[in-house]
Design a protein around this ligand. Structure first.
Ligand SMILES: [Zn+2]
Length: 289
């Protein structure tokens, strides 16, 4: 009896290479006689005044090139609706679109040069989608995909709060970048360490520990919404840091909100090449040391 032979793993058949067809020699081209240069024609006037839609598109491209993001509006984002129960209403009014392109440009100009490019270069692309309304009671949202595709949706019906909402959503983008691309998970622990002893997030239906105007020294949260989780806590504080015309009393060294602002700023210093501890960035101007 012959011992059973161990079966050999079949080798994958090699695909036969197709023979290459010989190339036919190219016939030398006869040199063309140089054409006499034509006299340049005077540029013709555009056949119409540019429409607001055309002006918006040119302006949008300018912002996109400057900050390395993509801006969409109207039907350009299909039927994007990341929260199934909310149906966004698209924005078509070109004058309104222009108004918010101006806001997006001015908001993004408040960040250091190259700041957004740094995040985009890591693979976290930024897409801003302007709609009329998102639905429900939310005024902005940020969706971060594991492949780095970040969409911030903003509603034009927010009027003068559009910029506040945009800074809020940009904080979510920055936090996503620090956690995913820079592998810095410290944001949650940083916030918990600065909350009252034993506090846990989620009690959004009351104003305990919330700044209400006369309690700067004992305020831990910018709004009850900031008590949702550590990310909303940071986004509500960061939006305040970016939008205050004058610095309120809670930005006093040692006060809880000031210390949270300090922690956010320090983490950004640590993670961005375009930001450093020596420069006072716009969001740092109210922080007291
Ligand atoms: Zn938020």
């Amino acid at each position: 009896m012959t011992p059973p032979t161990t079966p050999t793993t079949p080798t994958t058949p090699t695909t036969p290479t197709t023979p290459t067809t010989p190339t036919t020699p190219t016939t030398p081209t006869t040199p063309t006689t140089p054409t006499t240069p034509t006299t340049p024609t005077t540029p013709t006037e555009p056949d119409h005044e540019p429409t607001q839609a055309e002006i918006n598109d040119i302006y949008r491209q300018l912002i996109q090139n400057k900050f390395k993001l993509t801006i969409k509006y109207g039907d350009e984002n299909g039927n994007y609706a990341p929260i199934p129960e909310y149906v966004p209403v698209k924005l078509y009014d070109e004058n309104t679109i222009h108004q918010y392109l101006l806001v997006i440009d001015s908001v993004m100009s408040m960040y250091p040069d190259g700041f957004f490019q740094e995040m985009v270069n890591s693979g976290m692309t930024l897409n801003i989608y302007i709609v009329k309304t998102i639905g429900g009671r939310i005024s902005g949202l940020t969706e971060t995909w594991s492949n780095g595709y970040v969409t911030i949706m903003l509603q034009s019906d927010d009027g003068r709060y559009f910029a506040d909402t945009m800074h809020h959503e940009l904080m979510h983008y920055i936090d996503g970048y620090m956690k995913i691309a820079k592998h810095d998970p410290s944001a949650e622990a940083n916030m918990n360490a600065l909350n009252p002893a034993g506090y846990s997030y989620g009690d959004t239906n009351n104003n305990n520990y919330v700044y209400i105007g006369n309690n700067a020294a004992t305020s831990y949260f910018m709004s009850s919404y900031g008590k949702t989780n550590f990310m909303e806590d940071r986004a509500t504080i960061f939006s305040d840091m970016m939008t205050r015309a004058t610095c309120p009393a809670y930005y006093t060294n040692g006060y809880p909100l000031n210390e949270k602002a300090k922690s956010i700023a320090q983490q950004i210093d640590n993670n961005f090449l375009t930001v450093n501890a020596e420069t006072t960035e716009f969001w740092e101007r109210c922080i007291a040391y």
